[in-house]
Design a protein around this ligand. Structure first.
Ligand SMILES: NC(=O)c1ccc[n+]([C@@H]2O[C@H](COP(=O)([O-])OP(=O)(O)OC[C@H]3O[C@@H](n4cnc5c(N)ncnc54)[C@H](O)[C@@H]3O)[C@@H](O)[C@H]2O)c1
Ligand SMILES: O=CCCC(=O)O
Length: 543
């Protein structure tokens, strides 16, 4: 089918594809490696949530996980001046609750609590810390449904995907409960006979943890798991758009026997909280996930007290489909890499490069698969794309689309706000995109898939690397030689070969260039929270 015919066929089915559907999109690859495998009880839960959405908050309240205060030194606290801010449901704009608008004073107290707690937490045996982390993991899993509901409520992602995030987020606590027991030092061969040389590994101290809204649980646990495993204590500042999941997870940490003060949560005035964390010499490390712009500010701010810094920043992932690829595999992988969390993921495919020989075939198959993505309230049955997080996010997508179409890109599917209103956006496919358009230079963070044609392998590599970002990249090819050649040439921290969803707790996650510093998850994730202390034991020939 030619591109024009494909576009017409797609246009006639667009309306059907974007309304709330009662049909489960079994053929959709989006439902989900990260989501739980479908089960009968799971489907029932989604139906129930769909028809009883207003009672979600009541149900969460009765579970004890609906917390709407900050946590400082084990106590649930309002802002000292009583100020609050509203947390909204992005699917309908309703206010879920008010939470304290905290600033410098509350943050300073949270830091003091974490500093006090560090003295005893860091002295526990690794086995003791491990057991408490294990208990926390078990509680997170035991409350997967409530936590999933909370994520859908404040972040908007489909419930099935939200529960997948709980499993994924909890996996970091489980993994690091085990790694806690594997922090080893070293013995170095001495250069002088009467000396013995050792390397001790010790926790860095109090850690400031600043996280984004797109994964309200997993971005916290990926940092707090290794921090606590090493003996550090934390002050968490979750995103103001999604603080409720963080507070529920913190409540479960207390229930797991993690002592008061080890985990603290403050939120409200982000720059005031951030500045207090940066200014404190008691905070020895800051770990941040979020935009590159804020990451740069924090990195500069950390210089004042020479804190260690880990940064997980924005991406601009290329997804390269070579003409020797299996089209079905490439379509499935590209859909998963693009549309997870409605395109609001740092590792989302931002530019889909397709080799000339396969371009039309891929565009056609890809667009047909995108039509099957069901847009709707995350509590709705069969929904695979929720709303964007807020109006600003929609306006950014619109601006990028306008720039692209003005410069010659063509809309093959979607391209505008969804008829559901609010911040829902149609899943969109663009063809004839160029690498110098705005949406190829910056993260789209929305459900827009730009297809960019290329001729040769060298050209694809050059285009893919032509960005300041370097987080995730994806390639689709059936040639093992090409997969290695291209993987080695890509300036990225993660590469998926014939796979669009690659994040896991057991592998290192992080970017190069302006996508960040450091790695999270895996055995390497521990190093970010450990100081090396070299010890020279002298006079070994004496008494
Ligand atoms: N590399 C990764 O692992 C990864 C993972 C998820 C998201 N991200 C990136 O996060 C971005 C989306 O998240 P976002 O919009 O929440 O990012 P953001 O940078 O706006 O906010 C992230 C966090 O920083 C806080 N913040 C903002 N200004 C601050 C300041 N002056 N001082 C201290 N804290 C401040 C926010 O309140 C929030 O908690 C995207 O760029 C995405 O790529 C990266
Ligand atoms: O948005 C970034 C995190 C997503 C992931 O962990 O795969």
């Amino acid at each position: 089918m030619t591109m024009m015919v494909a576009a017409r066929a797609i246009a006639t089915t667009t309306a059907r594809s974007v309304v709330r559907s009662t049909r489960l999109p079994l053929q959709s690859p989006l439902l989900y490696v990260f989501a739980e495998r479908k089960s009968h009880s799971h489907t029932l839960l989604i139906r129930q949530m769909s028809s009883e959405a207003p009672s979600v908050v009541t149900r969460l309240q009765s579970s004890g996980l609906f917390r709407s205060q900050g946590l400082i030194g084990g106590k649930w606290i309002d802002a000292y001046d009583g100020k609050t801010f509203k947390v909204h449901n992005p699917a309908n704009g309703e206010v879920i609750t008010n939470v304290p608008l905290m600033g410098k004073r509350e943050t300073d107290d949270a830091i003091s609590s974490a500093h006090d707690a560090f003295k005893s937490w860091s002295k526990l045996t690794a086995a003791d810390r491990s057991n408490r982390l294990r208990k926390w993991y078990e509680l997170l899993i035991a409350h997967k449904e409530e936590l999933g509901q909370l994520i859908t409520l404040e972040q908007g992602k489909p419930l099935k995907e939200a529960m997948g995030e709980v499993t994924y987020g909890a996996s970091f606590i489980e993994f690091f409960s085990e790694e806690a027991k594997r922090v080893y030092g070293d013995i170095i061969s001495p250069t002088l006979a009467d000396r013995r040389l050792f390397v001790l590994k010790q926790p860095v101290g109090v850690v400031g943890v600043i996280t984004p809204w797109n994964f309200p649980l997993a971005m916290i646990t990926r940092k707090v798991g290794p921090a606590l495993a090493c003996g550090c204590t934390v002050v968490i500042k979750p995103a103001e758009l999604t603080p409720l999941t963080a507070l529920a997870a913190a409540e479960l940490s207390l229930q797991a026997g993690i002592p008061a003060g080890v985990v603290n949560v403050v939120m409200g005035d982000a720059p005031a909280v951030g500045d207090a964390i940066l200014a404190s010499s008691q905070v020895r490390k800051i770990t941040f996930t979020g935009s590159t712009a804020v990451g740069k500010k924090l990195m500069a701010g950390a210089a004042g007290t020479v804190k260690r810094v880990s940064l997980e920043l924005g991406g601009n992932a290329p997804c390269i489909v070579f003409d020797d690829a299996d089209v079905d595999v490439a379509v499935k992988g590209a859909i998963a890499a693009k549309f997870r969390n409605t395109g609001q993921t740092c590792v989302c495919a931002n530019r889909i490069f397709v080799q000339e020989g396969i371009y039309e075939k891929f565009a056609d198959a890809f667009s047909k698969a995108v039509q099957n993505l069901q847009v709707g309230d995350g509590f709705g049955e069969g929904v695979s794309l929720g709303p964007l997080i807020n109006e600003a996010a929609v306006q950014k997508v619109e601006k990028f689309l306008q720039d692209a179409t003005t410069k010659g890109a063509k809309v093959l599917l979607g391209g505008k706000r969804h008829s559901l209103g609010m911040t829902f956006f149609e899943p969109t496919v663009l063809t004839d995109v160029k690498n110098d358009m705005l949406l190829s230079r910056e993260e789209i963070f929305g459900p827009v898939a730009p297809l960019l044609p290329f001729r040769t392998e060298e050209e694809a590599i050059a285009l893919a690397n032509d960005t300041n970002a370097g987080l995730a990249a994806y390639i689709f090819t059936n040639s093992i030689q090409r997969s290695w050649r291209v993987t080695e040439a890509l300036e990225y921290g993660l590469v998926g070969v014939n796979e669009g969803l690659i994040s896991t707790e057991v592998a290192p996650f992080g970017g190069v260039k302006q996508s960040g510093l450091g790695r999270e998850g895996s055995k390497y994730g521990l190093d970010e929270y450990l100081e090396l202390k070299y010890v020279c034991l002298g006079n070994m020939g004496g008494n």
